[in-house]
Structures are given as structure tokens and as C-alpha cells.
Write a protein that binds this ligand. Structure first.
Ligand SMILES: [Mg+2]
Length: 118
């Protein structure tokens, strides 16, 4: 069963409001919490060689999944607080990135947009 963004947003709101945490969930602290969770995700791979990362993804799947979920939960709630339609914003940004990185120009290259000489 796949939930919609609205349904998961509602679950997050309920979790927050049952604990009276809305008072703490301002945009600044939500952005910080999001970054901290992203750090916890990075920590899963810190100092690991590419081979060790492959092994870790397999062996620590549950922990990695939880950190990915933590990042997503804070992101969805932050978008909700800021009244951002997350999927619409993502769609607009993907379109912007497509224009910035034309496939025929950048295919197979990891250069940044200011390096490939648009
Ligand atoms: Mg975490």
C-alpha cells in the first residue's frame, strides 16, 4: 500500500500534535533537525571505502532506512510548516535542473553547470 503525500503529512502532524511539539517546530529548528538527520545518514558511511559502503548497505539496512526516514519526515513536515507543495516544488526544480543540465551536453559528466561551458 502506498500512501499519498497528504496522508503521510497528516500522520506526521498527528504525531507532533499529540506531543504538543508544534511550539518547537519552527522553520529554523526544523531545518537544523533535517540537517542533523542527514548527518546521521552520512555517519553510516563515514570513513568507509566504496567496498565497505556496499557491505554496510547490506548489513545495516534497517539503520540506514531509519535515517532516510528521519530525513524524509523532517523534510515533509518542514514543507508543511512553510506551506510548500513538496511534489510541485520538486517538479519545478527538476524542470529547472533539466534546463541547467541539458542531457546532450552533460551526459556521463559530473561537471557542475558552471564548468561545462554552457
Ligand atoms: Mg536519526
Amino acid at each position: 500500500m502506498t500512501m499519498t503525500l497528504q496522508e503521510i503529512t497528516e500522520k506526521i502532524r498527528i504525531f507532533r500534535d499529540e506531543r504538543d511539539w508544534e511550539q518547537f517546530h519552527n522553520p529554523k529548528d526544523m531545518a537544523m533537525a533535517l540537517s542533523i538527520e542527514a548527518g546521521e545518514l552520512m555517519e553510516q558511511f563515514l570513513w568507509k571505502t566504496p567496498e565497505e559502503v556496499t557491505t554496510r548497505v547490506f548489513e545495516k539496512r534497517e539503520q540506514i532506512e531509519e535515517e532516510v526516514a528521519d530525513v524524509a519526515i523532517y523534510l515533509v513536515e518542514l514543507a508543511d510548516i512553510l506551506n510548500i507543495d513538496l511534489f510541485a516544488a520538486m517538479e519545478r526544480k527538476i524542470a529547472k535542473n533539466s534546463a541547467k543540465y541539458p542531457a546532450e551536453k552533460v551526459r556521463g559528466s559530473s561537471m557542475k553547470y558552471n564548468e561545462y561551458g554552457a
